[in-house]
Design a protein around this ligand. Sequence first.
Ligand code: OGA
Ligand code: MN
Length: 295
Amino acid sequence: MPATVHPLSPAIGAEIRGLDISRPLTAQDLAVVRQAWLDHCVLLFRGQSLDPDQQRAFVLQFGPLGGRKKRIEPDGYKRETGPDYNSDAMLVSNIREGGKPIGVLPDGEMWFHHDMSYSPTPNRASFLYSIEVPSHGGDTMFSSMYAAYDNLPARLKARVEGRTVLQAFDELQDRRIDLTARALDSVPHCFQPMVLKHPETHKRAIYVSRLMSHHVEGLSPRESEDLLEELFAYTEDPAIRYTHVWKPGDLLMWDNLCSTHARTDFPKEERRLMRRYTIAGEPVIPAWDAQTAAE
Ligand code: OGA
Ligand code: MN
């Protein structure tokens, strides 16, 4: 039976049914999945059983793996070991061994963000697979950045046109880092366009988030904060959101160029274990260059 596509909300997300993704996809199924991914930005596959190598093999059907720097603590402690892990994976987990988390992004709520927007070549996509989930909370929310851009009033579209914003992040923080208290060079950072052109759909998407976006180039600190706050009313609008309530065996793949995501809080004492791979991306294409080129 071929794969079927079932939208999860009006603005973003679709579930793909009828596939066992632990095995290579047929060319026909891969084409269905790729098109659904371009159409819906976020795809869900339920009831999967994936070891690390099978998950990596699935991901590789969509592009080359994205790199990441592994964190080594000052005392030499390395996160991420064990049977749920292989060297290309990232574990997202609050589970602790000897008092230290075995994964990154361990606890609680995370604000909306695009993965790696602080890098000049952010990973194109992330593939998160759930192994253990808490009894409640720890939901992942996705927001369509196409819809957010389309919903902006003309005044705000004009305000962001041609502008860049400083993106910066420390993966051990779940809030925006305070750049008045930290040296910029101590954290990964770069300037990115506030609106991008998607390389395949050629549509415009907002590229700004509460977790990672800092200063808007050319504005005073006050003007910059005010503009970002105005934009967040659109990027975080519940009307353009899909909230995923995890069950073990779910795999979500999302496009980091046209969606942002956030995590809701969950009980500290309960275990949450997810395994993530990414595929590599290209430098972000500003929307305005794209327009000039298209005209
Ligand atoms: C991520 C991420 C959210 C979650 O892996 O990039 O943001 O729900 N995870 O754990
Ligand atoms: Mn993320």
